[in-house]
Design a protein around this ligand. Structure first.
Ligand code: HEC
Length: 419
């Protein structure tokens, strides 16, 4: 039956009849879409349309087949088998094949009795009420047209003593336009000055502005992100007297929209034993020739102490299309940390390991990155093409692999290694 079915391209006739081998919306497809797509494709979310019922999903059947087969949706760049991540957003090959067969069969509905209950989303704080929360002091109005906006909003932390952060979550004020958010603590007062100098709420922090103040990263949020708490005795410093900076990347949707997003912070409740830190593997000497569609650049870093690695974050700009991070242990063993391909500037991801692991002192981390500085890259901002070097601007490039870790005590590390 299945063979016969595969040979028929115009299958909508069959779709109407019963007993067809093709999957149905009610039975299989609704469940696949609920699990993999609805987190973003529902009202008020970042997806450009909703995929929550038969009418909506069947209208996009051909598009759904195309974007899942091409691994464009759900957005997830890490190649399987190169790191085991707990925030993975991946649809299985079997699910992709099911969606394709369903689309080819003319998107049959099936029996409504087979439909799963609607998926319930927690649109409040996914981790429960935070210990501290910082909302943008005023709403920000975003014009409907023009280029994307990066805006930084400053909120005093009110902290009179140092604290440690176990986790964070952002509650976007307007999910239609908030593409992603990064948050920082600023102890210098610089961000506050920049905010005061700009008459509108917040200040412009498109790439060229982000280094204008010194900052400590608190964390980031993007649609579909699974928020996660560190171990209860592991935290990042949240210094007293700091200002909180909420950096929002706004994506315009053609309408004037308002946003007032909020950062929630979860503090460590027991004394912190491990301080969350970040290693930066970067190469500021990169030179990417004009016209080269697959230019290679490298960076490396050596750990001088035993560390436990918890996550990695590859970072490039619009020319970057692939990055691989590999650790070589002192005994020569290689461990692949992540392979982001195709890398997408709009879907930068902190890849969180299911099991944090030890990298002993002397481990070398190598990063290999590829850039497309040719006209075949539709995102290439430089016209005419020119050699591109390191820089903060959108037209410039970066090569950074961020590694989140905490120090491992020598004795414990040796035990872990010998196990
Ligand atoms: C993490 C959020 C997210 C998830 C999960 C997600 N999408 Fe999307 N989708 C988007 C966004 C945002 C866009 C708009 C384009 C962009 O920004 O990449 C989009 C665009 C699309 C498009 C239009 C693409 C084009 O090239 O025109 C289709 C079709 C689509 N998604 C289908 C799906 C399907 C099917 C799934 C599940 C298998 C899914 N999406 C999962 C966020 C998501």
């Amino acid at each position: 039956m299945r063979l016969l079915f595969a040979t028929l391209s115009c299958a909508s006739l069959f779709a109407a009849s019963k007993d067809v081998a093709a999957p149905t919306y009610a039975k299989e497809v609704s469940r696949i879409i609920q699990k993999n797509c609805e987190s973003c494709h529902r009202p008020g979310q970042i997806g450009p349309f909703s995929l929550t019922n038969y009418k909506e999903v069947s209208a996009f059947k051909a598009e759904i087949k195309r974007v899942t087969t091409a691994h464009i949706m759900p957005p997830w760049s890490a190649v399987p088998g190169h790191g085991d991540f707990k925030n993975e957003r991946r649809i299985s090959d079997e699910e992709i094949a099911t969606l394709a067969r369903w689309a080819d069969a003319g998107a049959p509905m099936g029996n409504a009795k087979d439909l799963p209950p609607a998926r319930v989303f927690n649109d409040g704080w996914a981790l429960g009420p935070p210990d501290l929360s910082y909302k943008m002091l005023e709403p920000f109005t975003l014009a409907g047209n023009g280029v994307d906006v990066y805006r930084c909003f400053v909120v005093p932390s009110g902290l009179t003593e140092d604290k440690y952060i176990r986790g964070m979550e952002v509650r976007p004020g307007n999910r239609k336009i908030v593409h992603h958010v990064r948050t920082f603590a600023d102890t210098t007062g610089q961000a506050r000055k920049l905010d005061e100098a700009d008459p509108a709420p917040g200040f412009d922090c498109s790439l060229g502005m982000t280094q204008a103040y010194k900052r400590i990263a608190i964390g980031g949020w993007a649609p579909g992100l699974i928020t996660d708490l560190r171990a209860e005795d592991t935290g990042a410093l949240f210094p007293k007297s700091s200002d909180v900076v909420i950096e929002v990347h706004y994506h315009k949707n053609g309408l004037t929209e308002m946003d007032q997003s909020e950062l929630g912070i979860y503090l460590n409740k027991v004394p912190v034993k491990h301080i969350a830190k970040s290693a930066i593997v970067a190469n500021i000497g990169i030179r990417i020739p004009a016209g080269d569609a697959h230019h290679e650049e490298r960076a490396s870093y050596r750990f001088s102490k035993n560390v436990i690695v918890t996550s990695v974050l590859p970072h490039m700009h619009l020319l970057g299309h692939e990055m691989k991070m590999t650790a070589t242990l002192p005994d020569g063993t290689k461990k692949e940390l992540v392979w982001a391909k195709p890398y997408d500037f709009n879907w930068q991801t902190n890849y969180v390991y299911k099991e944090p692991f030890l990298l002993p002192a002397g481990t070398k981390v190598d990063v290999v990155a590829y850039y497309n500085n040719s006209e075949s890259n539709p995102k290439n901002p430089s016209k005419p093409l020119k050699e591109i070097r390191w820089g903060e601007g959108t037209e410039e490039e970066m090569l950074v692999g961020f590694i989140s870790y905490y120090d491992a005590p020598q004795a414990a590390a040796v035990t872990a290694q010998n196990r």
